[in-house]
Ligand binder design. Structure first.
Ligand code: NAP
Length: 488
């Protein structure tokens, strides 16, 4: 990997302001999913290391919270500036460990950094309340205080942004932060720690611990009395396990979990706009995002035209190594992920769905052929097929035909998930009626790209709770304290 700033590639973990090998000197290998080859061996931390990291964060928290909001804000701003100054290198690290095309990786670095910039400002906008008292001898007021030490576990699909989206509000609020990135993608997290240190964020405030055994680290984080909150992004299944584990110490939690996004195109929609939105929402990160379109519902009259237009659009997809010129779809994260996508398509086809288009994969010598799944279009999908029930997490567009608004609303809401949803229509009454009736935390209307730092991101139902970004995001890292002053 040719980095302009080679210091960004680290193999030790960072806590208490010091770079650490594992206590037992173990290490694990981080692989490039496009080539299947090892990039670097990273320190493999254990439970003892995790306890030390949490203790360091706990020790640092009072002094961090005691800084003025302007001082915290300045440090966050400096971190943001350094991230943007190193955007190209951070993107290359991200593509090498995660697979997404370089242009998309650069976009993720800017997207993650935007949360740090935003919360550097929001740190200054934490307000309390003064409440009318029930009698004249009292005054009632409400203040907000940092929760304390925040532990965090993040996934591989956005190794930079999912971390930045949590660390930024936590640090802005006056909390300290210990995160465990996914074992597939620890390098982006460690690079963020290099820049946090360079920005002057004090020792113990931002800590990254890498491990090949997430259950071990998860158990320490969820049971430690020094940790006041767990902020998790990942699958619903793991989220449920962590929630159970947090019950023992009654921790606050934020859960950004899985999705099963419907993308609905009504007869009256602007089809070209819908295709553009679908291409972004379906194929970004090779289909491996929690807000990726999972189920495409097309109204019967426009189905054939829609399939034609979507096929034409999919012909522009160029699948290969994310560092190669012109590639806009990278590999999937593991061979297991490829097998899962293949089995979902096979099951749908075996039950009557038909394959309309399969794109080519354009790998180069040195790339593996076991991590790529060709962008595929299938139609005739039914709501009871596995491909409609589970997150596909791959570049497969699966179309279901519908007739009426009532029918498609029932189908769209017929899932335990409730993260993102999308629909396209030019009927203004339907925009409100349908938007309000969708049981999702996020609704894109005539728009396929919905996430930014200014808007609240998060789900309902089994997609979790808590919001990231926006004016609401910092609240998840603060406690409300009510004070009653008597004797006036
Ligand atoms: P995952 O298997 O749940 O893993 C997520 C994180 O949890 C990783 O760091 C993983 O570590 C860790 N982990 C796994 N088992 C654990 C355990 N028993 N105890 C503690 N930690 C554990 O999910 P994934 O497949 O990596 O990520 C994709 C999922 O994340 C999808 O469901 C996607 O929808 C969801 N997601 C949600 C959002 C959102 O904002 N709602 C955003 C992005 C992704 P290791 O990998 O090192 O084992």
């Amino acid at each position: 990997m040719q980095l302009r700033n080679p210091k960004l590639l680290r193999s030790e973990s960072y806590f208490g302001g010091i770079w650490h090998s594992a206590e037992n000197n173990h290490a694990f290998t981080v692989n490039n999913p496009a080539t299947g080859k090892g990039i670097i061996d990273v320190a493999d931390l254990n439970a003892i290391d995790a306890e030390h990291a949490i203790a360091a964060a706990h020790k640092a928290q009072p002094a961090w919270a005691a800084l003025t909001v302007k001082e915290r804000s300045k440090l966050l701003r400096r971190w943001f500036d350094l991230i943007m100054a190193n955007q190209d290198d951070l993107a290359l690290i991200l593509t090498t460990e995660q697979g997404k095309p370089l242009a998309e990786a650069k976009g993720e670095i800017a997207y993650g950094a935007s949360y740090i910039e935003w919360f550097a400002e929001e740190a200054k906008r934490v307000y309390g309340d003064i409440i009318a008292p029930p009698n004249n001898s009292q005054r009632l007021f409400v203040i907000k205080q940092p929760i304390g030490v925040v532990a965090s576990i993040t996934p591989w699909n956005f190794p930079n942004a999912m971390l930045a989206r949590k660390a930024a509000p936590a640090l802005a609020a006056g909390c300290t932060f210990v995160a465990k990135p996914a074992k597939e993608t620890p390098l982006s997290a460690l690079a963020l720690a290099v820049l946090a240190e360079e920005a002057g964020i004090p020792a113990g405030v931002f800590n990254i611990i890498c491990s090949s055994s997430s259950p071990t680290i998860g158990k320490v984080m969820t049971s430690s009395p020094l940790v006041s909150k767990l902020s998790f992004t990942g699958s619903t299944q793991v989220g449920k396990t962590l929630l159970e584990q947090c019950a023992g110490t009654v921790k606050k939690t934020s859960m950004e979990l899985g999705g099963n996004a419907p993308f609905i195109i009504f007869n009256d929609a602007n089809l070209d706009l819908a295709i553009k939105g679908l291409m972004t929402s379906k194929f970004r990160n090779a289909g491996q995002t929690c807000v990726c379109t999972n189920r495409i519902y097309v109204q019967r009259d426009i189905h054939d035209t829609f399939v034609e237009k979507l096929t034409a659009a999919m012909e522009s997809l160029n699948t290969g190594n994310g560092t190669a010129d012109g590639v806009n779809i990278g590999p999937l994260i593991t061979t297991k992920a490829v097998a899962k996508v293949a089995s979902l398509v096979d099951e749908a086809v075996a039950n009557g769905a038909s394959v309309k288009y399969v794109a080519k994969v354009n790998t180069n010598p040195g790339d593996t052929d076991t991590h790529f799944y060709p962008p595929t279009l299938i139609s005739g999908v039914k709501n009871n097929m596995q491909i409609s029930r589970e997150e596909i997490f791959g570049p497969v567009a699966a179309i279901t035909i519908f007739d009426t608004e009532e029918e498609v609303l029932a189908a769209a809401n017929d899932t335990e998930f409730g993260l993102a949803s999308y629909f396209y229509t030019n009927d203004i009454s339907r925009v409100w009626r349908f938007g309000e009736a969708l049981e999702y935390g996020i609704v894109g209307i005539n728009e396929g790209l919905i996430s930014n730092e200014m808007a609240p991101f998060g789900g309902i139902k089994e997609s979790g709770f808590g919001r990231e970004g926006s004016k609401y995001g910092i609240e998840d890292y603060m406690e409300i304290k009510y004070m009653c002053l008597g004797g006036i």
